[in-house]
Design a protein around this ligand. Structure first.
Ligand SMILES: Nc1ncnc2c1ncn2[C@@H]1O[C@H](COP(=O)(O)OP(=O)(O)OP(=O)(O)O)[C@@H](O)[C@H]1O
Ligand SMILES: [Mg+2]
Ligand SMILES: [Mg+2]
Length: 481
């Protein structure tokens, strides 16, 4: 792999992503995981590890891990172990976090994606189940910090990659692909603002061919935009340090969105500092193959498989298929439209074009789309049967989107958008245009294509845009021959 160098340095990036699993209750207790409750109303005795309580594994969380493993071609460990990761922090009243260390439930696998039109693959090391900690609240009280333990015990799947990424673009593309997959298979709601999908980017730089440089880990990047700014800044900062003669210290750094800079928070613990040991309260996690098969049978079709099918069965270009499978909603909408009108490429053009453009400008999702797939299909049918032109269709679409009309034929009628399909009337117009533009006619006969286009323009204008351009071409050519 040839990587782009920055000032003669190669960039190396590895990701740890904490995905909050979409379970109703916590990983080891029955407390709710709903977001936004009053502070400290959703942490029970188990989440706090009060004496006499015991954690009980949430089966749903394990099912989520199995799904991810199946989606990414990983090995699902038949037997994995929970460990205590010991550290002190005010939002961790137990003094340890239950995590998986030596034997995680998901091992290996890979994520494949495109950067532009170049395919990339990032290998996974592992994905392990763990509980989240609480939250320290620093902006509620002027002189004190608060602790909110609602998040304590929320199930997380930490997905760890090999240090396989070689640029910021690649890292962001990886994160977007992973985000797409975890939301697609329904194990995570993907809400980055609420912290459901938190990425830590481990960044180092080195001269090509040199051993790996020392990494600094940027914590909790909560938007793709911030991710890009933070990694870019971190790369520059590390190169500047090295060029100035300093060495890089392994550290955990925070990104400040207000300044666009990263700043060291603490020097990084090594695994040994956590004094990991198997949690005596939890037996090994045993996943029978029959369970894996059961989950597999219920897996939805994955985005890449779906894209391949769109190419195969609808004859779509690769680009269309990849774009349409950016989200399940969009893919489903496309497919309903294509099936209903039998014009897959036209359906794809409208979904990727007009529909996407309007969703973007109005900052709404597919769930709030204002033209139903039935309406779009009916409109496309009117384009392909020659009732309206593509241009007229834009006006129909506008009326549907704004709610001005809902029945396609009624809108076409009311706006007078019907294409002229009466050959006699069209011929009359063309005769008039030919008579009125002898100059253009002469030029066309002398071999000037431009003059022909001018005549087509005149006919379209005279028909008030209702002539069918293909038909105009045909009749005009015949008459001029
Ligand atoms: N030299 C390096 N440059 C960039 N990334 C690296 C380098 N070495 C390791 N990494 C990446 O750093 C990440 C390390 O994650 P891992 O969970 O194994 O350990 P950790 O960060 O020490 O633990 P913790 O979960 O406590 O943060 C991996 O994604 C790995 O690919
Ligand atoms: Mg980690
Ligand atoms: Mg880490």
């Amino acid at each position: 792999m040839t990587a782009k160098l920055i000032q003669g340095y190669e960039v190396v990036i590895g990701f740890e992503t904490h995905t909050q699993l979409a379970t109703n209750s916590k990983i080891f207790s029955r407390a709710s995981t709903a977001f936004g409750a009053e502070p400290n109303t959703q942490a029970c005795a188990v989440d706090l590890a009060l004496p006499g309580t015991l954690p009980v594994m949430n089966q749903q969380a394990v099912a989520c891990a199995i799904k991810l493993g199946l989606a990414l071609g990983s090995t699902i460990a038949p037997r994995s172990i929970f460990a205590r990761k010991n550290y002190f922090y005010p939002d961790l009243p137990k003094g340890y976090q239950i995590s998986q260390f030596e034997i995680p439930v998901v091992q290996g696998g890979e994520v494949s994606f495109y950067v532009g039109d170049k395919p990339h693959t990032v290998r996974l090391v592992r994905a392990h189940l763990e509980e989240d900690a609480g939250k320290s609240v620093h902006d509620q009280f002027p002189t004190e910090s608060g602790i909110d333990l609602n998040r304590a015990g929320t199930p997380l799947l930490e997905i760890v990659t090999e240090p396989d990424m070689r640029s910021t673009e690649e890292a962001v593309a990886y994160a977007k692909e992973l985000h797409k997959i975890v939301t697609w298979i329904g194990i995570c709601d993907g809400n980055m603002q609420e912290g459901s999908f938190r990425c830590d980017a481990n960044v180092s730089v080195r001269k090509p061919g040199a051993p790996l440089g020392t990494r600094r880990e940027i914590k909790n990047l909560n938007s793709f935009k911030n991710m890009q700014i933070a990694i870019d800044y971190e790369i520059r900062w590390q190169i500047d340090q090295i060029e100035d003669g300093y060495s890089i210290q392994q550290a955990t750094v925070l990104f400040n969105p207000d300044t666009g800079e990263t700043r060291a928070m603490r020097t990084k613990e090594d695994a040994a500092d956590y004094r990991y040991f198997p949690d005596p309260d939890l037996p090994p996690l045993v996943v029978a193959d029959s369970w894996v098969q059961e989950v597999k049978a219920a897996m939805p079709e994955l985005p890449r498989a779906m894209a391949a099918r769109f190419v195969e069965s609808y004859g779509l270009p690769e680009y269309d298929a990849t774009t349409l499978t950016q989200s399940q909603d969009m893919a489903a909408y496309f497919e309903r439209t294509a099936k209903a009108c039998g014009q897959a490429k036209l359906a794809s053009n409208w979904v990727m074009g007009e529909i996407s453009r309007r969703l973007n400008t109005e900052e709404i999702g597919m769930d709030a789309v204002k033209v139903t797939s039935e309406q779009l299909a009916a409109m496309i049918a009117r384009i392909s049967d020659g009732t309206i032109s593509n241009n007229a269709a834009k006006q129909v679409f506008e009326a549907l989107w704004t709610g001005e009309g809902s029945d396609i034929d009624a809108v076409i009628e009311a706006k007078g958008l019907k294409q002229m399909n009466d050959t006699g009337a069209l011929e009359a117009i063309i005769d008039e245009v030919i008579a009125a533009n002898p100059g253009n006619v002469e030029q066309y006969r002398a071999g000037k294509d431009k003059a022909f286009n001018a005549l087509v323009g005149q006919v379209m204008k005279a028909s008030k845009g209702k002539a069918n351009p293909a038909q105009v071409n045909e009749v005009l050519k015949a008459k001029l021959a």
